[in-house]
Design a protein around this ligand. Structure first.
Ligand code: GAF
Length: 387
């Protein structure tokens, strides 16, 4: 997490409210190493929290008013009372993420109080690195600092944040982004069982770097295509007579998949094979076996491209450029919901510069833009930072 961002947020609070903040919290964005679109199928994922986050500087108020200043949106403001029903706004959209979490916590009977707060962040927006989950989780983490809310656990914050997106903002996301933002562990990825909500920390091997490449392809179709994929997965689960595709294994798919139409069969094949890959990847990463991890990431990318059909040609090119440099020494794949956004690679430290050079030289995105490259540290989940 950037000290500069913390200082910037603290200063913005002092300038706006004329006093030092009393509490500061942060919540990170995330990168998913493997396990795409498996979360809403009750399956497995393997994300890591990254060192880019949303930071909030705040001070409790004597009344029940919530007053938010968005430092990154020309200090635009939102203000509402905890006494009245919290309504959705047409705009700005960021206000609905904030309102949604707070409304969820109020509806659950939690003893909330008013806050003055300034929100700022450095998670790239619209890149598929979960800037919205980092905002909703940061809001939940802030309110969890109030007296009487000590028992609110990271998973409670994550689920409130997911409900806010599903029920208030209107995004049909799964639970991966919020759980990793709330529960991440420094130096580790987390294998999450998205049904039982059990998390298993898996260390990032010493000497391996997490690189993220933003293709700068805008994720234009992501909402409509995401919802279509969800419907196709639900239809496939109904065909097999199970609650979710998590309950289908390769043998069932082979025996009864023939009854599905060709497209739905491909969607189901991605989910079934991807769940198996996540389990294998958690094992490989835990053993420090980057070569095996690389095979699994390559298979995941091929499955997203050919079966789930969520990659785009520029993303495929970016993956090829990285793979040509790292060979079997690491892994690379598209990460996130798809249709643009980012590519993630796990590479030996010695390969970071050659990979960066190759991508800078060989990748040209939309409007002649190159890729934006981040070398990330697996970071802790949401928490209080010194005010
Ligand atoms: C988006 C969603 F928000 C997640 O829940 C997940 O489904 C992901 O796409 C795909 O793996 O980030």
């Amino acid at each position: 997490m950037s000290e500069m961002l913390i200082d910037h947020t603290r200063t913005a609070f002092e300038n706006k409210f004329g006093a030092a903040p009393e509490v500061m919290v942060q919540a990170p964005g995330r990168v998913n190493l493997i396990g795409e679109h498996t979360d809403y199928n009750d399956g497995f994922v393997l994300p890591a929290a990254i060192d880019y986050s949303t930071v909030i500087a705040a001070r409790r108020r004597a009344d029940r008013i919530v007053h938010i200043v968005a430092a990154d949106y020309t200090c635009a403001e939102d203000q509402f009372s905890l006494e009245a029903p919290i309504e959705r706004r047409d705009e700005p959209m960021w206000a609905n993420y904030v309102r949604g979490v707070i409304r969820d916590m109020v509806e659950r009977g939690l003893p909330l109080q008013g806050f003055d707060m300034v929100v700022s962040g450095d998670v790239p927006q619209g890149a598929g690195l979960s800037s919205s989950a980092s905002l909703t989780v940061a809001i939940g983490r802030l309110f969890a600092t109030l007296p009487g809310l000590e028992d609110v656990r990271p998973i409670d914050i994550a689920l409130a944040a997911q409900r806010a997106e599903n029920n208030f903002v209107g995004t049909r996301c799964g639970n991966m982004d919020q759980i990793i933002s709330a529960s991440g562990i420094a130096g580790h990825a987390l294998m999450i069982d998205c049904r039982s909500l059990e998390t298993t920390p898996v260390p990032i091997p010493a000497g391996a770097a997490i690189m993220i490449f933003n293709s700068n392809v805008q994720r234009g179709l992501v909402d409509s295509e995401y919802n279509t994929r969800r419907r196709q997965c639900e239809a496939a689960a109904r065909h097999f007579g199970v609650k979710a595709l998590r309950d289908v294994d390769q043998a069932m798919l082979d025996a009864r998949g023939g009854g599905l139409d060709a497209v739905t069969l491909k969607r189901a094949r991605h989910i079934v094979s991807e769940n198996a890959r996540v389990l294998a990847a958690a094992d490989a990463l835990g053993r420090g076996d980057l070569a095996r991890m690389g095979e699994l990431m390559a298979a995941s990318h091929a499955s997203m491209r050919d079966d789930f059909e969520i990659t785009v040609p520029l993303i495929d090119q970016l993956v090829d450029i990285v793979r040509n440099v790292i060979g079997s020494e690491g892994g690379v794949r598209m990460t996130g919901g798809g249709f643009g956004g980012c590519v993630v690679a796990l590479v030996p430290d010695a390969r970071v510069t050659p990979v960066r050079d190759a991508v800078t030289k060989e990748y040209t995105g939309p409007n002649g833009m190159g890729a934006t490259i981040y070398v990330c540290k697996a970071s802790p989940g949401a928490g209080v930072v010194p005010a």
